[in-house]
Design a protein around this ligand. Structure first.
Ligand SMILES: [Zn+2]
Length: 331
């Protein structure tokens, strides 16, 4: 059975002011297939605006609590905005393989991507037969996700700008949650997982950087550098530093390339100058590496324990090149 966004808002959203689930959509309208207007809580009569297709809770952020969570959102937004169009569609083979193998997470399901960023992962997932998608992110990058799906009609998608620690969704309001590459940027991971376990009826897939993998270890060790870089307040300076370091890394990769493949030094020059795409990807990776805080302070058992208390058990554990994917099922 089909479900529309308006139906879903009526059935499954809760008020973030008073927790009531009586939400009015009388003032919501659709313009060129984009949701506009505002929703209202029938109990406390508070409004939440829908700006250009995005249900926007950003004015409800508690700056003290949320500081860490969205300290880097501007950086992510800038990078994704500046990245070449095809960058965001570049295949992350090992990650996508995990989704493919677990396609049942998505099949005819209401799927929430918690911390969706620019919507890259969800674009891959959108090939599955999903019933309804919900994309939530705390940052402005939700606008990029909304843009990405502006000509997508296979199933309805609801875009929400909100903190994943406190989502405007009722308990058991989605079938599956995926949250990839998010939890390790969040300080209170336990709180976020508890929120996931309330909202998801069935399945929760969490992808987190792991020290079990060599690349993951490099990422985690970067915390030492990040501690220093944290003192730099200007986003532009950080973007420039990432640009410089990506050029340095790219240069060394190219040298290795020259020696292994027996290419000439003029070919090396060619690679460094011309391969804009690879160099931009590295730029993004370095930005992520240098700036985004990583809070890897827990053993796997910490996550399992929280999920167990919330009624979920580990069904599967898969790895990509630097992340571990935990797939939890309701017991
Ligand atoms: Zn209310």
């Amino acid at each position: 059975m089909e479900i529309s966004i308006i139906d879903y808002i009526n059935q499954s959203l809760r008020c973030t002011f008073c927790s009531d689930s009586n939400i009015s959509t009388e003032e919501v309208f659709c313009e060129n297939n984009v949701l506009m207007g505002r929703i209202m809580c029938k109990n406390c009569r508070n409004f939440v605006e829908i700006k250009n297709g995005i249900l926007d809770y950003s004015n409800q952020y508690n700056e003290d609590i949320d500081r860490i969570d969205y300290a880097n959102q501007a950086i992510f937004y800038n990078t994704w905005k500046l990245a070449p169009k095809n960058y965001n569609s570049v295949p992350y083979d090992t990650e996508y393989e995990v989704y493919k193998q677990n396609y049942k997470i998505f099949d005819r399901k209401i799927v929430l991507d918690a911390g969706c960023g620019s919507g890259r992962a969800f674009e891959f997932i959108s090939q599955f037969d999903i019933k309804l998608g919900i994309l939530i992110d705390i940052g402005q990058s939700i606008e990029l996700a909304q843009e990405r799906f502006s000509n997508f009609y296979n199933f309805p998608i609801l875009f929400i700008r909100a903190n994943i620690r406190q989502m405007p969704l009722k308990n058991n309001s989605v079938d599956s949650i995926i949250s990839n590459g998010v939890l390790h940027h969040v300080n209170d991971q336990g709180e976020v997982l508890e929120e996931f376990s309330k909202i998801s009826k069935n399945i929760i897939l969490v992808g987190i950087v792991t020290s079990d993998k060599f690349l993951g270890r490099i990422w985690i060790r970067g915390n030492v550098i990040r501690k220093v870089l944290k003192k730099i307040k200007s986003t532009n300076t950080l973007i420039f530093l990432a640009y410089l370091s990506s050029k340095v890394v790219f240069f060394f990769i190219s040298i290795i390339h020259v020696f292994i493949r027996n290419k000439s030094f003029s070919a090396l020059f060619e690679i460094v100058i011309s391969d804009k795409f690879k160099s931009q990807k590295l730029h993004y990776l370095m930005l992520d590496y240098l700036t985004a805080p990583f809070y890897i302070k827990h053993k796997d058992s910490y996550y399992f324990e929280i999920m167990k208390r919330s009624g979920f058990k580990l069904k599967e554990k898969s790895y990509s090149s630097q992340e571990v994917f935990f797939i939890f099922n309701k017991e």
